[in-house]
Design a binder for this molecule. Structure first.
Ligand code: ATP
Length: 429
């Protein structure tokens, strides 16, 4: 019998009411042991975060196995998806792709596209047909896009940056109920393993951020760069019973969605790093969101940027910006507005303010002498017609800032992971 290396890609099995594609992958890792050997960590790939069909974090998964029972494997996988996917939900359209592990190299480019751009379903179908890959789908089969990208991630992650997440799952009778996790144990687990694990807690906002609030089967996830540190954090966390746990290799925390571009090249539904000069200062709108504009340093077109209320203390950085500051903004563009995830302060403009002139005799600030009558020193009686200007000290340091863990997207790189030595970073914790 031939022992084949197979990659199984899965996507679009969940809805806002329940399930999670990572749960199905973890379940399959257990179920497939009967007919296959699990060859590596399963993959969890976060695709373009702006996709309108996504349930939450636009995740797709892939499992790598060795088997001499490919037909049995396929029927176990299709059966598990049929049984567990939220097929009654309109927006759940599962897709499964079966490929040989040698196919991953050719699919890596498709993975890159699905992380950064919007891919039509027909393109995924054509690649599947051209490469003669095995597949199965339910309903409109949109999940084939993510499933195909997850297979290509087996190669894509090798050529790019990756991290790990250990996800724990709840026993079925607890789904849809509030989670029991001992908070104190989580703070200890974090302080013992940070920065090899990250985004478990938000210190500034005093919040535990590693557990979802949705009705899905996930209890919590521990993210990091080092599997040993992740495992040791897991050992420290006390919680309700864990049904199963699974470590995934992933592009979470890598900023793989971002593309360097200039403002005129920006299109909706993609994520960028854009250099610009503040051309409209930050203003608060209803709900506590901050809106400002940056203009292209070369030829002037501008783009609106937003630091939304959930970004909490990050807005203090944005609030300090003034017209003329040179920045780089990082984030996704939707409806013409860039949702800021990171901000680099590159040059600070002089903060010039008008003030009443100083009295040449006593040095004290003169007072207004009345409408259109200039200024007069109350003590000395000296007069002046025009105000003076003063350059105020800026309370903002150069470097890269980020939204706090409580507002961090799965795919965004925490600055504590930032490896480039040419930038000053201000990690938010
Ligand atoms: P969760 O993260 O909770 O598992 P989700 O947020 O991953 O859920 P899905 O239910 O998987 O959301 O829905 C995303 C859908 O969008 C899938 O059908 C997937 O194939 C498709 N999709 C993903 N990336 C792209 C892309 N770049 N272009 C077009 N479609 C995409």
């Amino acid at each position: 019998m031939v022992n084949t290396d197979l990659l199984i890609g899965l996507d679009d099995t969940d809805s806002k009411k329940g399930m999670c594609t990572t749960y199905l992958a973890a379940l399959l890792v257990g179920l497939l042991k009967e007919c296959a050997e699990i060859a590596d960590y399963p993959l969890l790939v976060r695709l373009n975060p702006t996709i309108e069909y996504k349930t939450r974090g636009n995740a797709a998964t892939a499992i790598k196995i060795k088997t001499s029972h490919a037909d049995r494997v396929k029927s176990v996988v299709i059966g598990a998806v049929a049984q567990n996917a939220e097929l009654n939900e309109e927006n759940t359209n599962p897709g499964i792709v079966f490929a040989e592990d040698s196919d991953a190299e050719a699919l890596s480019e498709f993975t890159e596209r699905a992380i950064k751009h919007t891919v039509p379903l027909e393109d995924a179908r054509k690649i599947i047909a051209d490469m003669e890959l095995g597949y199965h789908y339910f309903k409109n089969g949109r999940g084939l896009i993510g499933a195909l990208a997850a297979v290509g991630a087996d190669r894509w992650l090798v050529d790019n940056d990756y991290t790990y997440e250990l996800i724990t799952y709840r026993t079925m009778e607890r789904w849809n109920t509030s989670r029991y996790i001992d908070e104190k144990s989580v703070w200890i687990a974090d302080s013992e393993t940070y920065p090899l694990t990250w985004d478990t807690v938000d210190v500034h906002n005093k919040k535990i951020v590693f557990a979802p609030h949705s009705p899905c089967p996930v209890l919590y996830g521990i993210r990091g760069d080092d599997i040993k540190a992740i495992e040791s954090a897991y050992e420290m966390v006390e919680s309700e019973p864990v049904l199963m746990r699974q470590v995934f290799r992933t592009n979470q925390g890598t900023d793989s969605h971002l593309m360097h571009a200039t403002i005129p090249k920006v299109i909706d539904g993609e994520s960028y790093v854009l250099d610009g000069i503040i051309s409209k200062p930050p203003r608060v709108i209803e709900g506590g969101h901050l809106i400002f504009k940056i203009s292209d340093p070369a030829d002037g077109p501008s783009i609106e940027c937003a630091a939304f209320e959930p970004t909490k203390n990050f807005r203090n950085i944005v609030r300090s910006l003034i017209v003329g500051d040179m920045v780089a903004v990082y984030g996704s563009v939707k409806d013409g507005t860039l949702n800021v995830e990171k901000l680099e302060v590159m040059e600070l403009a002089d903060n010039v303010v008008r003030c009443n002139p100083a009295c040449p005799s006593c040095g004290k600030r003169m007072k207004s002498a009345g409408m259109n009558q200039g200024y007069r020193c109350r003590k000395c009686g000296t007069c002046s017609e025009s105000p003076e200007t003063e350059v105020l000290k800026r309370d903002l340091a150069y470097g890269l800032y980020e939204v706090p863990p409580v507002a961090r997207r799965h795919i965004s790189m925490p600055l504590i992971r930032y490896r480039s030595s040419d930038k000053i970073v201000h990690p938010s914790r």
